[in-house]
Ligand binder design. Structure first.
Ligand SMILES: Nc1ncnc2c1ncn2[C@@H]1O[C@H](COP(=O)(O)OP(=O)(O)O)[C@@H](O)[C@H]1O
Ligand SMILES: [Mg+2]
Length: 182
């Protein structure tokens, strides 16, 4: 849910390019989730206030909860939330957790998360990078679309294929072994 929240923030900020990185380093005992975009960025005032749950620039609901909730969950797990942003250039949000922390939220179903982002945003230049210790899996919407030729991303067969493709590569990334907490 946090990952979807971050990517949604990037899209709402008008980003055309979004890069999601998930980095699991069991030696350093860290899980890092980084979302980088080329959206409108935050001014200093917004950036300063953004971890206050009563701050949002949305008009539909007066409370923004995405970033404050992620901030609290990282701190509960020996980690931190870092925001780097420049107006007109983009934003990087990095959430770090202690990987083995008992309260760390599980990564959840990354296949469904990434699949949902790709299928729901066919025009977005989305990049997904997932590192587990030494191994890396990376895919982008563009690379998938170029594989597909004329088939639209929304085609049911494509969605099924994407599911298999992501599942297979993630299983490989974990060396075929599912670790606790994942
Ligand atoms: N990637 C981003 N780029 C630009 N502004 C952002 C980004 N992420 C968050 N913000 C700003 O921070 C505010 C708070 O975000 P968030 O806590 O997720 O609440 P919400 O999305 O519900 O407003 C947003 O309304 C927006 O102004
Ligand atoms: Mg949000």
């Amino acid at each position: 849910m946090h990952i979807l929240d971050l990517v949604q923030n990037s899209i709402e900020a008008g980003a055309s390019t979004v890069r999601l990185e998930i980095i699991e380093d069991r030696e350093k005992d860290t899980l890092t989730i980084r979302v980088a975009d080329n959206g409108r960025g935050m001014d200093a005032e917004t950036k300063r206030r953004v971890l206050d749950p009563f701050v949002t620039t949305r008009t539909t609901r007066r409370v923004g909860l995405g970033l404050p909730l992620i901030d609290m969950s990282t701190k509960r797990c020996g980690g931190h939330l870092l925001i780097t942003s420049a107006v007109g250039q983009g934003t990087v949000v990095e959430a770090e957790y202690r990987h083995s922390h008992l309260d760390r939220p599980p990564l959840g179903n990354v296949v469904e998360t990434v699949k949902a982002i790709i299928v729901a945003n066919p025009e977005l230049d989305f990049h997904y990078v997932h590192r587990v210790d030494g191994a890396v899996f990376t895919v982008s919407t563009r690379s998938i679309v170029s594989e597909l030729g004329d088939m639209p991303l929304s085609h049911p067969d494509v969605i099924l294929w994407l599911h298999e493709f992501l599942s297979y590569n993630l299983a490989n990334l974990y060396g075929g072994v599912q670790h606790e907490n994942n």
